[in-house]
Design a binder for this molecule. Sequence first.
Ligand code: DAH
Length: 349
Amino acid sequence: MEEKIRNIRKSFNNEIEKVLDNISLEEIRIKYFGKKSEVSDIQSNLKTLSDDEKKSIGALLNELKLEIGNRLNELKSKFDEELLNSKLNEDKIDVSLPGTSISDGSIHPISKVIDEVESLFVSMGYDVVDGPEVEEDRFNFEYLNIPKGHPTRDAQDSFFINEEWLLRTQTSPVQARVMQSKEEKGPIKIICPGKVYRKDNDDATHSHQFTQIEGLVIGENISMSDLKGTLEVFAKSMFGKTREIRFRPSYFPFTEPSIEVDVSCFNCDKKGCPICKNTGWIEILGAGMVHPNVLNMSGYDSNKYNGFAFGMGAERIAMLKYGIPDVRMFYTNDIRFVKQFNRIEGEFK
Ligand code: DAH
């Protein structure tokens, strides 16, 4: 048996020299330490030996097992380390190379204006409502006191789809839609942002598609001063706390009286500058008291109810607020343009 142990050691030492990786190392481990190995053979035959032999052969066998075990462990750690090092080498990152920057999105200035106007009016108890962009002639015009042949239709050169359907030229039809949809006629406070379309030739101040924000308040005993107070809050919130507003008489078929609303120039504070064309005032929206015909056509008793309405162009507000010189910039999707508005937050506060 002693001889056998010596031979095992010899052949192990021979074979282990040729082992170069963990796979062949495992084969060797099984060969020398596995259930069918010579070592386990000797182990199980120990019991057949005399007590003395058991002691001496047992000691020799333990020594061999320890030797083989140590050598196997040693090589295993060596191969593991080599493997790790080669992996680390392969995956090496050159920290001096420029990184790949992840470009972040930004909110379009028109969306920013809409968001700001919405949250202001929602804070005053208004609902935000939507209306269809493909609209019926009766909602876009007739229920707004603009019958067929009315001269105002010319000012809103329209994209007609057929006799009765068109792309809406204003967000005002939502007024009629909301009033008519009320089963029980009662108070209304809404704003309605959305796209509108007109057959305009595109240039720096005109676009065949643009964005309006409509407002409508219906109730009992609503007055022009309610309208003025509301628009004053709006102007201060959009253009700065010290802004003033003024009303100028105007004409819209769906309001009587009708007004145009100016805000004192945020750039020169009424001293006169190129932005306000030296007048000190900038026109921002149209408004008025809802025409009794509009109320009656939508099922409201104009003797009981009245209200005010206003409509503004979101592009105009954004152009003034952010100093944008050309309306086409909103639609050409130049990322360099849009990105600039990431940094602008409540700039007139
Ligand atoms: N719809 C008008 C336009 O496109 C804007 C407007 C003016 C809306 C007065 C209103 C209003 O509700 O009362 O020019």
